[in-house]
Each structure stands twice: as structure tokens, then as C-alpha cells.
Design a protein around this ligand. Structure first.
Ligand SMILES: *Cc1c(COP(=O)(O)O)cnc(C)c1O
Length: 448
């Protein structure tokens, strides 16, 4: 088999291989068997790989001298089983809505291991969080402080909270950018004084307890430099709190956003190195200001669930399109698209795609994998080299679609959202069943 058949383990699920016939096999199950049993498009998760990545994250943050917590950012993709897997491997769960909270509760996660985020948590969101006993609520506005204090008082509890700081640092992939203006909706700005106002207010609230500080600087972060600048600013802020209120911050949540490889050349810091780097940064910053090292939390989402998940599509049509420079691009249409993967349209995200049901021939052409939606921006993989002999009925596999694909899926064009299955030791199981058109019609109030 040619090089084009190689499944780079940095990008594909750990168990993904090609069989003798060249077909992709994940968790011991062939993709054509999965497609036949569950239909396409189909999300397939390698359970052992999800668990291994969760375990590796917990291990990377398990040290003798510092207490740590690792939370799975459920917004990347959560089902009850996935919540159970990562919880069994030692992770708590971050939720960003009541919907995500209910999944974690349904999975039997101890509410105390759940952290609730969101820049606009309603009275009913916060009431539910307090009622079930969510461990930490991350405060994201001054208005929320009053709202939550009242709810906690009514419930007769003291709610532990974090303050989400805007530190003026943004990290994407290789660069950490310090931004003077902080023109975005999340967090409370240190520079503007809003963050300190929040601390002042929380410390006055009888039913809130300031557990710690939180910052989250971006996504697809490949090295620790952004965490270094952010942590420096957060610890400086903790010093201000100490000086102003004689109050020592006992927890520090450095957020998530640790990057993964989507395509050849993506080179994120390995998890054990990222863990060590973050712990070292916090230790040295605390030593500098003579502050005890707080409990450190991290919240990876994509880094746990991204690579263990792939999408299987069936090819429907193939169309050579002549470009301006008389070159040709093959448009390969699949049976899903922007409704199951919006990231290409939304972020210009890049993906790795290959033929999945057989080995790939040597002769390839510039290709674009597109969906079936009524939108020219409905692109799954913008630039791919795919064999010229691709035909209707072939299966394609797109790698690293475990995070922010099914979780961001829509019903555009009234397409039912795909099923999600997991594979392990030659067996498959459904995590989320495929939606049906009847499911969609059941929402329609009708005409009578
Ligand atoms: C999105 C988000 C995360 C997870 O981001 P990943 O890129 O999936 O690791 C963690 N914390 C917060 C506050 C977030 O908003």
C-alpha cells in the first residue's frame, strides 16, 4: 500500500489501522461494517483512546507538591457515556449550559465535580445549578453575582465561585497575543477594574464564597507561552486581592484550549510537557510573590475528545471543476456537510481525509470534500489530495472530528443529525442514535 494509506497516529484514533484489503478498522471494527449497521454520516469514537487521553491528562497533572483538578470541557462533545468514561479516568466535568449539566447529572457525575460556565446564565440556569449542588460556578458578570447570591441565600447554601478574568492575552496555536483592548464578551477585565469590583462584591455576599480565579485564553494552543503571560497577570491580580482584602486565593483555573493535530505539520506540545510547563509556571509565579501554590485546575476538551473521533461519509457524486488556471479540482460530495461539521465554514479549519473502505491508489488529484447543503460554503475539507478513482458508494473518513462537530451540529435543510457510536475490542455501541425526519417533524406544531 502507498504512503497515502498511512494513518498518522498523531491525527487518527490510536487504534485506527488498515486491514489487508486496505479498509480502515477502528477499535477492531471495519468502517464498512459500521456504515452498514448504523448508516452514514456516522461519528465513530475509539473508547480506549478517549480514556487513554483522559488518563494521560490526569497523570500529567498529578504531582506530589501541588493539588490539581482536571475537568473535561463537555461543550467539546458530551454524552452520558463519554461523561462516565472521563469521570472514571479521574476527570471532573465543565458545563456551559443546563443542557450539558443535565447530561453530566444523568451520567451520575458527583455534582461537586461539576463546574458551570457561561457569560449569560439565567435565573433558572443558576437555580438549577444551586439546587443540584454544582461544585463551582464561574462568575462572568457583575449582574450574575447579585443573581446567584439571592438564589443561594434562598436555598440556604453558600455557593463556591470562581471569577473569570479577562487577562488581555489571547493564544491561538503558535502565538500568544497580548491585546490592549479587551473587546470580547467573556470575563471581567483586570485592567478596567471590573474584576476587582467583582471580587469586592463577592466578598460582601453572605451566600457566596470566593474559591478562586479563572482564565481561559483561547483554543488550539500549541505551547505554554500564553499560559505563562496569563498566569503572570492572574497571580499579580491575586496579590492585589491579598493586599486589598487580606484574602488568599486558594484555587486557580488556567482554562483549556490545549491544541491537537488536525493535519500534517500540526505539532502541539505533548500532554506531559504541557502539564509540567503549566505547573512550573504557577509554582514559579507563586514563589515570586510569596504565595502558597493554589489548587490548580485545567479544562481540556478538544485534547481529550478531538482525535479519538472520526466521521464516516458516503460519496454521492464526483464532479471535476475547471479552475481559472485550467487546472481541475474534483468536487466530491458526501451525505453530510456543514450540518455535522461547521468548523471548516466557521473557522477555516483544516482536516485530514482519506478513502476509508479500500486502499488508496497512487493517482491523486486536487480535491474538495463538500456536503449536500444549499450553500456554496458547505465545505468539509477544503484542500485534499484524493485518488482520481473515487466513485459513488465509496466511504471517506475525516479525522479528528470528535470535538466541536456533533456538538455544533444543526438541522440545516432539515437533515437529521448523524448517529454517534463508540468502538472497542471489536464491538460497537450507540452513544447517540441517528435523528429521523419524524423526530424533526414531531417539533412542527402542524396545520390543523
Ligand atoms: C471552550 C472552553 C474550554 C475547552 O476548550 P478546548 O479548546 O476544547 O480545550 C475550557 N474552558 C473554557 C472556559 C472554555 O470556554
Amino acid at each position: 500500500m502507498s504512503n497515502a494509506n498511512f494513518l498518522d497516529p498523531a491525527i487518527w484514533p490510536a487504534s485506527a489501522t488498515r486491514s489487508h484489503s486496505g479498509e480502515i478498522v477502528v477499535g477492531g471494527v471495519s468502517v464498512s461494517e459500521l456504515a452498514k449497521k448504523y448508516g452514514t454520516p456516522l461519528f465513530v469514537f475509539d473508547e480506549a483512546d478517549v480514556r487513554a487521553r483522559a488518563r494521560a491528562y490526569v497523570a500529567a497533572f498529578t504531582v506530589d507538591d501541588v493539588a490539581t483538578k482536571v475537568h473535561y470541557a463537555g461543550k467539546a462533545f458530551i454524552t452520558t457515556r463519554i461523561a462516565q468514561w472521563v469521570h472514571e479516568e479521574g476527570m471532573g466535568i465543565d458545563v456551559a449550559s443546563v443542557g450539558e449539566l443535565e447530561v453530566a447529572l444523568r451520567a451520575g457525575i458527583d455534582p461537586n465535580d461539576i463546574v458551570m460556565h457561561g457569560n449569560n446564565k439565567s435565573v433558572s440556569d443558576l437555580t438549577r445549578a444551586v439546587e443540584v449542588g454544582v461544585g463551582r460556578v464561574v462568575i462572568d458578570s457583575l449582574i450574575e453575582i447579585e443573581r446567584l447570591n439571592e438564589i443561594a441565600a434562598k436555598a440556604g447554601i453558600v455557593q463556591q465561585v470562581f471569577v473569570r478574568l479577562t487577562v488581555g492575552v489571547e493564544a491561538h496555536t503558535h502565538e500568544a497575543i497580548s491585546t490592549a483592548h479587551e473587546d470580547q464578551k467573556f470575563g471581567l477585565s483586570i485592567a478596567s477594574g471590573m474584576a476587582m469590583a467583582a471580587v469586592d462584591n463577592i466578598l460582601e455576599c453572605d451566600s457566596l464564597s470566593l474559591a478562586g480565579l479563572h482564565s481561559h485564553i483561547g483554543s488550539q494552543i500549541f505551547d505554554a507561552s500564553g499560559f505563562e503571560i496569563a498566569t503572570h497577570r492572574v497571580i499579580e491580580f491575586a496579590v492585589q486581592i491579598r493586599d486589598r482584602h487580606d484574602f488568599t486565593v486558594s484555587e486557580l483555573d488556567v482554562g483549556g484550549g490545549m491544541g491537537i493535530a488536525y493535519v500534517d505539520g500540526d505539532d502541539p506540545l505533548e500532554v506531559s510537557h504541557m502539564g509540567k510547563a503549566i505547573l512550573d509556571i504557577v509554582r514559579s509565579e507563586c514563589a515570586r510573590v510569596h504565595m502558597p501554590v493554589p489548587i490548580i485546575s485545567v479544562e481540556p476538551g478538544r485534547a481529550i475528545i478531538g482525535n479519538p473521533g472520526i466521521t464516516i461519509y458516503e460519496v454521492g457524486t464526483v464532479k471535476p471543476v475547471e479552475l481559472d488556471d485550467s487546472k481541475v479540482r474534483h468536487y466530491i460530495s458526501v451525505d453530510g456537510g456543514m450540518s455535522d461539521n461547521i468548523r471548516t465554514a466557521l473557522y477555516n479549519a483544516e482536516y485530514t481525509v482519506t478513502v476509508a473502505n479500500r486502499s488508496v491508489g497512487e493517482v491523486t488529484a486536487a480535491s474538495r470534500v463538500v456536503g449536500k447543503h444549499c450553500e456554496s460554503g458547505d465545505i468539509v475539507v477544503r484542500d485534499a489530495q484524493l485518488p482520481t478513482d473515487i466513485r459513488p458508494g465509496d466511504l471517506l473518513a475525516v479525522a479528528a472530528t470528535g470535538a466541536y462537530c456533533r456538538s455544533m451540529a444543526s438541522n440545516y435543510n432539515h437533515l437529521p443529525r448523524p448517529a454517534v457510536v463508540s468502538v472497542k475490542s471489536g464491538k460497537s455501541q450507540v452513544l447517540l442514535r441517528r435523528e429521523t425526519i419524524d423526530d424533526l417533524l414531531s417539533l412542527d406544531a402542524g396545520i390543523s
